[in-house]
Design a protein around this ligand. Structure first.
Ligand SMILES: [Zn+2]
Ligand SMILES: [Zn+2]
Length: 345
């Protein structure tokens, strides 16, 4: 089968590889249909690592995918051959303290698709996964929507963790990439409309407007703090940080009202931020960290099936598996209006 592997910094190759085989009775073999290129894949492609997670070459990346069940182990009951499935890339052990506490996403032995040292990624014709990672969506979602459930589920989980009490809440989002847009889509689906999007790329601001952001701020050309004060005299109830930028953290602390919440979902390049603790303490700000998602795949599916969220709005490009390196270059370079690139098989 065909498989795309990273072979160096900004280098990848399409290689011929053996089709993976089912080894446990709870496993399924999936023929991939659609794969999303994620910001985290780009970190591995362009930098060879995310924090302490370092790539050893050759390594296959990719974790946002949908596919059709081609074969099932003897013990599989939740899906059958021919089903189109959403694949949750996270494989938990089911036995550790975190799993038993209902936190499989922080499982001590968690293995994630396309994560170095854990599981090979899905940029290939086939993968084998445990049945519990598969959610059948026959006749409900198309393969592209199904592949986009993974990033959307992170937006769903992020909004859930924020525990926003009132639909009148004032909200800011830093970063209009796929995760910032997923957060925006879920907030709007929940009836929260007082949302400002802060993003330096004008084409991404345009997308945020199309999706439904109330107002837009470009931090390269406008003073974020002044613009927010103009919109919301009492400042913001909740800020979602989905850019990974220090400047966003600095702004966020200044534009939150006392008792406000700062929700961190972006991945900072250097793994460290500086916080103004004087402001943080005086305002008694709450900081919430987000690790991928927990039990939000079904809700994300429901949001798309019901039509509350049009997740395909974030897709700007579609490529073949052979064109994977072009897809990665475009996404990395923010070229050609790129937000979400899909690889269709
Ligand atoms: Zn992702
Ligand atoms: Zn576990």
């Amino acid at each position: 089968m065909r498989k795309v592997v990273l072979t160096g910094i900004r280098e990848m190759e399409l290689v011929d590889s053996a089709v993976p085989e089912i080894k446990n009775e709870n496993e399924v073999k999936i023929k991939l249909s659609s794969i999303g290129v994620c910001g985290s894949d780009i970190h591995y492609y362009a930098e060879g690592k995310i924090g302490s997670q370092v790539v050893e070459y050759p390594f296959p990346v990719g974790h946002e995918c949908s596919g059709v069940i081609e074969e099932t182990g003897a013990g599989v009951t939740n899906v059958k051959v021919g089903d189109l499935v959403v694949v949750d890339p996270s494989v938990h052990c089911g036995e550790c303290d975190q799993c038993l506490a209902g936190r499989p996403h922080t499982c001590r032995k968690n293995k994630f698709l396309g994560c170095p040292g854990q599981l090979d990624g899905c940029l290939s014709d086939y993968i084998v996964m445990p049945d519990f990672t598969c959610f059948p969506v026959n006749g409900k979602l198309n393969p592209v929507q199904a592949a986009l459930i993974e990033p959307l589920s992170i937006g769903v989980y992020t909004v859930k963790l924020a525990q926003i009490k009132s639909t009148n809440s004032s909200v800011g989002i830093f970063g209009a990439g796929p995760i910032g847009l997923s957060v925006l889509m879920k907030l709007l689906a929940d009836g929260i409309t007082n949302i400002g999007m802060i993003e330096p790329l004008d084409y991404r601001l345009e997308k945020a407007k199309e999706v439904g952001a109330k107002y837009l701020i470009n931090p390269d050309t406008e003073n974020v703090e002044n613009e927010i004060a103009k919109q919301e005299g009492l400042l913001l109830d909740v800020v979602f940080e989905a850019s990974g930028e220090q400047e966003a953290i600095t702004n966020a602390i200044n534009i939150l009202k006392p008792g406000g919440k700062l929700v961190l979902v972006g991945i900072p390049p250097d793994a460290q931020y500086i916080f103004d603790m004087d402001q943080m303490r005086r305002k008694e700000l709450m900081v919430i960290n987000v690790r991928r998602q927990n039990h939000c795949v079904e809700e994300a599916i429901e949001q798309v099936v019901s039509g509350k969220i049009d997740v395909e709005k974030m897709v700007t490009h579609t490529f073949t598996l052979e064109e994977s390196s072009v897809a990665f270059d475009i996404v990395e370079g923010y070229k050609d209006g790129a937000i979400k690139a899909m690889i269709d098989l």
